[in-house]
Design a protein around this ligand. Structure first.
Ligand code: UN1
Length: 489
């Protein structure tokens, strides 16, 4: 399996490859993908830069027609792509279908936005002069993403970037390259001209070549805080626009008046869905003391019943974690947790039967966690939930906000005033009321504050603030020189 440059499938110029392996069964090698270098990136960026000259001139609604076709093809290939995605990154088929649906939604949404892409007009301070502004494409966008949403998250960036008239060089995670190639196949079939969309496989070497390339004008990144900050620092030096979606340590607050069954369903899905490997995953549970003991008992009872297994097997509810490195990282956090707090569920690998061949970790719950504990502060990115107890709404908010990240959040309460206060008080880019911390929709702004992001929002029309620059236009039809700020004062 190859890179995709200028609508052609090409191996890396270096001849190097890496293996993509099924995390549910490490004996199942999916294929070898190019381990690309700066040479490959140069070829892709050149193709994208050439293609930009024409693509920017295609009327936006015509670009939208191609995206709509891409949405149709994603729909047609949904089941097949879900199999591919589950095989390479582990989450269940139900979830990989959801991942693809998010891209379908984004494709149709971006297609319709091509008939809007609104600018604005305003009166001039002069006579016989007209002021207006337009969104302009920027050029070649470098898109670098993680493996946990191999289609959805790239689609949030790539499809609006294309809709706006940019061209793209995409480096997917080396844990989910196959899905990325199907993304390319779909855009090819939809009719995207050569060079408009390119895929470069590889590791940090390829990623940093994209960031460094002088013709890449915008970098869109989803991944770890460590890498995101390094990219942003470099983009600062190179004066490039950069949009970051990084870590999360998302809290679900459950107040004493909450619907307990609803809140338990919410935390089970938020904490253990996608094996806890979402930047929006619920990793902190903040319980009011009045319901704490009963909640923990019932939650633990329910979580015991979660069926771990290969995401492609019917009945599996939670799949493996992505790779050995992540597995070891999660297990080491579990060891830290055992020093800090009390493990009431899981806390170990699941080596039962076939699962011994994969990276399975049992859903894990820690109680008696204090807000300053490392397992309550640091992103683990696995099926590990840390529970703490509070005695009031104010304390719940203070604990929720005592965190370096600010992506998603949730509160379960039946008190409408408290719900609105929480919307105001929780420091996060997203707040759910009586719903888990996961479940973002394609047409709403997505992103976080504090250590999670750098002020940008994907999703909805806010994403176009990343992938366009403003052009302000003054049309003077007075026939004589008019001096702004001078003649009329
Ligand atoms: C991510 O974890 O990077 O809201 C994105 C959600 C999903 C997207 C998650 N729709 O959890």
């Amino acid at each position: 399996m190859n890179n995709f440059i200028d609508n052609t499938w090409l191996p890396s110029e270096t001849g190097r490859t890496f293996d993509n392996v099924n995390p549910a069964d490490i004996n199942d090698v999916i294929g070898a993908f190019p381990l690309s270098s700066a040479l490959d990136v140069n070829a892709a960026v050149s193709a994208a830069a050439r293609a930009f000259a024409e693509w920017r001139l295609v009327p936006a609604p015509k670009r939208g027609d191609i995206l709509r076709r891409a949405g149709d093809i994603f729909t047609r290939r949904k089941d097949e792509l879900a199999e591919v995605m589950t095989r390479e990154m582990g989450k269940t088929i139900t979830e990989t279908k959801g991942d693809i649906q998010e891209a379908i939604d984004t494709a149709y949404y971006a297609a319709t936005e091509t008939r809007r892409l609104f600018g604005y007009t305003a009166p001039s301070e002069m006579s016989n002069k007209m002021n207006m502004s337009f969104r302009m494409p920027i050029g070649v966008c470098g898109i670098i993403t993680a493996w946990n949403f191999p289609i959805a998250v790239p689609s949030w960036k790539i499809l609006p970037a294309l809709a706006a008239g940019n061209t793209v060089v995409f480096k997917p995670s080396d844990d989910s390259p196959h899905s990325a190639n199907i993304f390319a196949e779909i855009l090819l079939e939809a009719g995207l001209p050569a060079g408009v969309f390119n895929v470069i496989h590889g590791d940090a070497e390829a990623g940093s070549a994209i960031v460094e390339h002088p013709d890449v004008r915008v970098v869109g990144f989803t991944g770890s805080t460590h890498t995101g900050k390094a990219i942003a620092a470099r983009c600062g030096q190179l004066n490039k626009k950069v949009s970051l979606e990084m870590g999360g340590k998302n809290a679900q607050i459950v107040m004493d008046d909450a619907d307990m069954d609803l809140a338990i369903d919410g935390v089970l899905w938020g904490a253990f869905g996608t094996t806890g490997q979402r930047c929006t995953a619920t990793s902190r549970l903040i319980l009011h003391e009045a319901i704490h003991d009963e909640f923990v008992r019932r939650l633990t009872e329910a979580a015991t019943k979660i069926v771990l297994g290969d995401g492609r097997k019917p009945g599996s509810q939670v799949g493996p974690v992505i790779n050995e490195r992540q597995r070891e990282k999660i297990l080491s956090y579990i060891e830290i947790g055992r020093q800090e707090a009390r493990c009431v569920l899981g806390g170990e690998r699941d080596m039962d039967g076939d699962k011994a061949r994969g990276h399975f970790i049992k859903p894990t719950i820690f109680v008696d966690v204090k807000p300053h504990h490392r397992i309550f502060q640091e992103e683990i990115f696995g099926p590990v939930l840390s529970v703490t107890k509070v005695s009031s709404y104010q304390e719940a908010i203070a604990v929720a906000n005592d965190c370096q990240y600010g992506l998603s959040s949730s509160i379960y309460t039946r008190d409408v005033s408290r719900a609105f206060a929480a919307i105001r008080d929780i420091e996060a880019g997203i707040t759910y009321i009586n719903a888990p911390t996961i479940g973002a929709e394609a047409h709403m702004p997505f992103g976080g504050i504090k250590g999670t992001g750098n002020g940008h929002r994907e999703g909805g029309w806010t994403v176009f603030d990343i992938f366009t620059e403003w052009k302000t236009v003054y049309v003077d039809y007075s026939g004589h020189l008019q001096r702004a700020q001078i003649d009329n004062y």
